[in-house]
Design a protein around this ligand. Structure first.
Ligand code: NAD
Length: 335
């Protein structure tokens, strides 16, 4: 099937090309992000393949359909960037990769916790410069700490179990408690209780209208003084300005972000020669107790391989009229 692959990086090209060996879809790799300005590139492609920061708003979807597109094959799990209402009205099919490697994201979240705590990023630079002083590198034992997991789906559950392995007490909050977590003696509590009891809060719920700015001034004021907050889920779960105030007052002791509300203008590009205009991002990156990675949590060879093969399988299933097990339905977005 002729497919326009937007937001292509070298690693996307490699993994999708390898996964496409048998299916032999006609993949056209395009570097630009899909936006209203670039949508023309999709003309006469019955399928488009998109990633997390491609804009699948109603106007873009209308233009896609006018150009002959019938399938949106997301090569990611989240689908918050798709106007599902418009897609349904226009008869567009939306497929995604619901699970590829929950371990990749969970392990990255735990890596962020360890780095913020034990300051590996600072120690690495110090030792390379011959500075073996330990001043400023003091951490704490994870053993015995209370961790609150918001969203105990695939990634949240793996994160919770890894942290149990460190000897943490794990609390959780989810609209639908997970049997696997209950069996692992993870205690479900209200959000307020999770905030007030947790030393570390890690977000693993999707971005929905209900979770937009879940972490705002009110939520931060309920957290323990000096708590650590980790977000590997989606940027808009957090009100960045509220975290800046909380970091300045020291209420928030550590912040680890793999995602950022305005990341679409920054992440996945080399901007090292540019003057970054986003003052909120720059303020966040200036704190000594903030660690930011550029939407990298999914980025393991295992995950890329799985994303490639599931995406190609989705396109093949659509082309052959087979059951679409990975279809995104509008009502699911409300969950
Ligand atoms: P999942 O669907 O398996 O789990 C999400 C869980 O969140 C579900 O149990 C759901 O019931 C729960 N939930 C929904 N609304 C909630 C709410 N209001 N409050 C509390 N819980 C709520 O998804 P997953 O595979 O575990 O992925 C979680 C998120 O991680 C994705 O939505 C995506 O945004 C993000 N993600 C990020 C990366 C990355 O590279 N940083 C990679 C993959 C996924």
């Amino acid at each position: 099937m002729r497919t326009a692959v937007f937001s292509t990086k070298r690693y996307d090209r490699d993994s999708l090309t390898e996964a496409n060996n048998d299916a032999q879809h006609s993949l056209h790799f395009l570097e630009p992000r899909l936006t209203i300005d670039s949508v023309k590139l999709a003309e006469e492609f019955p399928a488009v393949c998109c990633f997390v920061n491609d804009q699948l708003s109603a106007p873009v979807l209308h233009r896609l359909v006018e150009g002959g597109t019938r399938l949106i094959a997301l090569r990611c799990a989240g689908f918050n960037n798709v106007d599902l209402h418009a897609a349904e009205e226009l008869g567009l099919t939306v497929l995604r990769v619901p699970a590829y490697s929950p371990y990749a994201v969970a392990e990255h979240a735990v890596g962020m916790i360890l780095t913020l705590n034990r300051k590996f990023h600072k120690a690495y630079i110090r030792v390379r410069e011959g500075n073996f002083s330990l001043d400023g590198l003091l951490g704490f034992d994870l053993h015995g700490k209370v961790v609150g997991i918001v969203g105990t789906g695939k990634i949240g559950t793996v994160t919770a179990k890894i942290l149990q392995g460190f000897g943490c007490t794990v609390l959780a909050h989810d609209l639908y408690p997970n049997e696997e977590c209950i069996a692992a003696k993870i205690q479900y509590v209200s959000l307020d209780e999770l905030y007030s009891r947790s030393d570390i809060v890690s977000l693993h719920c999707p971005l929905t209208p209900q979770t937009y700015h879940l972490i705002n001034e009110a939520a931060l004021s309920k957290m323990k003084h000096g708590a650590m907050l980790i977000n590997t889920s989606r940027g808009p779960l957090i009100d960045a300005l509220a975290t800046i105030s909380a970091l300045k007052s020291r209420r928030l002791g550590y912040l680890g972000l793999d995602v950022y509300e305005e990341e679409a203008d920054l992440f996945f590009e080399d901007l090292s020669e540019c003057v970054i205009q986003d003052d909120i991002f720059l303020r966040l990156s200036s704190f000594p107790n903030v660690l930011i990675t550029g939407h990298q949590a999914f980025f393991t060879s295992n995950a890329l391989g799985a994303i490639g093969s599931i995406t190609i399988g989705n396109i093949t299933a659509f082309e052959n009229g087979e059951p679409l097990v990975n279809q995104v339905h509008r009502q699911k977005a409300k969950a």
